[in-house]
Design a binder for this molecule. Structure first.
Ligand code: TRP
Length: 472
């Protein structure tokens, strides 16, 4: 019975802390680093619209499904799936879903930590005043120097991974709860400040138009900039739809059990629907604010919106370099970005660590070290993708290791995990079970959720997939 189950890992001290932790997981590099650059590569407004539709029709119902599964099972995703499969007398094959999540989390963490390392490196660059008076060229050179040095990228990647292991080792409740309360609001304030800067100093109207003017001929156009900031080359493909879908999962931390494991620590009496709406709203606002801060600066400085993963590292320093107090704000911004990445990275390894603790009786500290070291080793491939292994001879399917990891996880594994989560919550779990856990009664809210999770989200995921691989 769900109410008598408790988690051996403890529980969040309140509903509010659960929301903060989930927002901490959701708001991260995905919002501030990835959303702007993929929007830039996929033509802007129409892409943003497709992304918002994915958030509403797929993200919201699947997040509710993940939280409810987690809270019902009250264990790591692998064991939660095992318990619920027994509860519902479902096909044992569903247990693979937990494993799929753990593997996906590893793969994401491996490259996530590398990018978070860039943010960390930029804290010190901003602090040293390297951006003061910088123009587009000098900022690009600075970024290029970081990418060109595998040693320093590896060092930052290592530091970030150690930071992540330390928090997870100490237990989620230890320091994370307090830090999140203070730093997430600070990040929002700083983002708003940057939007004001963009409003007065950037090409704000062009930025807004790029983000919100939906020109649908462009949603099928994917552009990539040729070698370091050169002109972009574009082609027509269904890929932007898959990228928008994948990003909806990535940005909300869905599809791999992160939100499921956080849900397993959620107080039993809190409303899952209400928490979900708050988390999704905060995440979406963070992404849109980042877009509103970045694109006006891109256009005002003649930069390339399709510059790729380096976009924020090549635009924001220009803003910091010329604004009053820019050295302070720049440093603060990268500190907060690192923090946002940190609170996300923790949720990427928590499912695996929780499982090691439950099943192998391993203490949290060695469990966190084992998982972190493994992801660190995999991450070396991503470090080298930007320098020694960037050449064609090291590419698989025309992608570097980093691109391949990103594509495989965000565009394939997360949507696949999300699809199965929706199917499990909508079709395998009994009505009584899901209704009991959501505590919404049998009113319109519950019926809408069940309809979406049974019919709408799964089909949309399947259709987008088939379209992107060229079958429809
Ligand atoms: N959502 C985070 C971001 O936007 C990344 C992240 C954390 C994540 N946990 C996840 C992505 C679980 C997918 C699954 O930066």
């Amino acid at each position: 019975m769900p109410d008598t189950r408790g988690s051996i890992h403890g529980q969040w001290s309140s509903r509010f802390v659960f929301i903060l932790a989930a927002v901490g997981s959701a708001v991260g590099l995905g919002n501030i680093w990835k959303f702007p650059y993929i929007t830039g590569e996929n033509g802007g407004g129409a892409f943003v619209l497709v992304y918002l539709v994915c958030i509403a029709l797929i993200g919201v119902p699947i997040m509710m499904a993940e939280i409810l599964i987690g809270r019902r099972g009250r264990q790591s995703p692998i064991n939660t799936m095992r318990v619920l499969v027994a509860d519902e007398q479902a096909n044992p094959a569903w247990r693979w879903l937990g494993w799929l999540g753990v593997v996906t989390g590893f793969l994401i963490l491996s490259y996530y930590s590398v990018i978070a390392g860039w943010a960390l490196a930029y804290v010190f660059r901003a602090g040293a005043g390297l951006f003061t008076g910088a123009d587009a060229d000098s900022v690009s050179t600075l970024f290029g120097a970081l990418l060109g040095s595998p040693e320093s990228m590896l060092a930052w990647h290592t530091i970030f991974m150690v930071m992540t292991m330390v928090v997870v080792a100490r237990g989620v409740r230890g320091g994370l709860e307090k830090a999140v309360t203070l730093l997430m609001p600070a990040l929002f304030v700083l983002l708003v400040l940057l939007v004001f800067y963009a409003m007065y100093q950037g090409a704000f109207a062009r930025g807004v138009e790029f983000l919100f003017n939906a020109d649908f001929s462009k949603v099928f156009q994917h552009c990539e900039s040729l070698e370091s900031g050169g002109p972009a080359s574009c082609r027509f493909t269904g890929e932007p739809l898959l990228i928008a879908l994948g990003h909806a999962f990535f940005t909300l931390s869905l599809g791999m059990g992160a939100i499921m494991v956080y849900g397993s620590y959620m107080p039993g009496n809190a409303s899952i629907a209400r928490a979900t709406l708050i988390i999704v709203a905060a995440d979406t606002v963070a992404a849109l604010l980042a877009g509103l801060a970045i694109f006006p600066i891109v256009f005002a400085n003649g930069l390339e919106p399709a510059a790729g993963p380096g976009l924020i590292f090549q635009t924001l320093p220009i803003a910091f370099g010329s604004m009053p107090g820019g050295r302070l704000f720049g440093t603060l911004f990268f500190v907060l970005l690192t923090f946002a990445a940190w609170t996300s990275a923790i949720s990427l390894i928590e499912p695996a660590v929780a499982w090691l603790v439950e099943n192998r009786g391993i203490a949290r500290v060695p469990a966190a070290i084992a998982v972190g070291v493994l992801a660190w080793v995999l991450g070396i491939g991503s470090v080298l993708s930007f320098n020694l292994w960037s050449g064609e001879s090291f590419q698989l399917f025309g992608k570097t290791w980093f691109d391949l990891m990103d594509y495989l996880t965000a565009n394939i594994l997360l949507p696949l995990g999300g699809l199965f989560i929706a199917l499990f919550a909508g079709w395998v779990m009994s009505r009584a079970a899901s209704r009991g856990e959501l505590r919404m009664g049998d009113r319109r809210g519950y019926r809408t959720w069940r309809f979406l999770v049974r019919y709408v989200s799964p089909w949309l995921v399947v259709i987008v997939f088939l379209n992107a691989i060229g079958l429809i």
